[in-house]
Ligand binder design. Structure first.
Ligand code: COA
Length: 159
């Protein structure tokens, strides 16, 4: 329920609704080619059925990005499941603002720590997470089934 969380400082960012699903899938497929993308069923589960918080960023009628963060029951750890910004809207602060907004909501739900996994070859995302206060805590060889950014290795990052 959008009113439950304070998103007033995050212009254009709101909780995902049913009618956002096609837009979310469009961004997912633009960000993660082929087998790297979540399937429709996986995404539907993540966005509408799991304990995730999914936010979309909308500007001038265009959905530019989304983020989904999950908080497991009885856990103070929130996990970033996926984040994506359409290529033509990148480097404009959309990703950073989505991350900040999702963290804020998770903190209001009791999260005290954050965790994510990112491809070791994903320079843009690693830089964004570092700037947001995350540090690499583990290197996970063969974390991915398929190459992401030219490698199957992931970094686990936490803050
Ligand atoms: C990662 C991603 C979400 C960043 O979104 P974005 O809206 O372009 O990011 P922002 O404009 O908010 O930038 C935030 C920070 O990210 C880093 N960054 C963003 N693009 C970058 C690039 N091309 N190269 C290096 N660093 C970059 C910078 O540190 C930037 O901070 P700065 O603006 O102070 O320099 C976006 O590149 C994307 O959708 N990538 C494909 C999907 C993906 O890889 N998701 C992450 C999976 S773990």
């Amino acid at each position: 329920m959008p009113g439950r969380y304070c998103l007033t400082a995050c212009a254009g960012i709101r909780l995902a609704r049913e009618e956002d699903f096609e837009g979310i899938m469009r961004i997912e497929n633009a960000c993660f080619p082929g087998e790297l993308a979540y399937s429709r069923a996986q995404m539907r589960y993540l966005v509408f059925k799991s304990r995730s918080v999914t936010l979309v960023e909308v500007s001038g009628g265009a959905m530019r990005g989304y983020i989904s963060m999950l908080c497991r029951r009885n856990s103070e750890m929130a996990c970033l499941e996926t984040i994506g910004v359409l290529p033509r809207y990148r480097s404009q602060g959309v990703g950073r603002r989505l991350l900040e907004a999702a963290e804020k909501i998770m903190i209001s739900k009791g999260a005290e720590r954050f965790r994510l996994e990112v491809s070791a070859g994903n320079k843009a995302a690693i830089s964004m997470y570092r700037k947001a206060g995350y540090s690499i805590t583990e290197t996970l060889p063969e974390f991915y089934i398929y190459d992401h950014n030219g490698t199957r290795t992931a970094y686990r990052m936490e803050k």
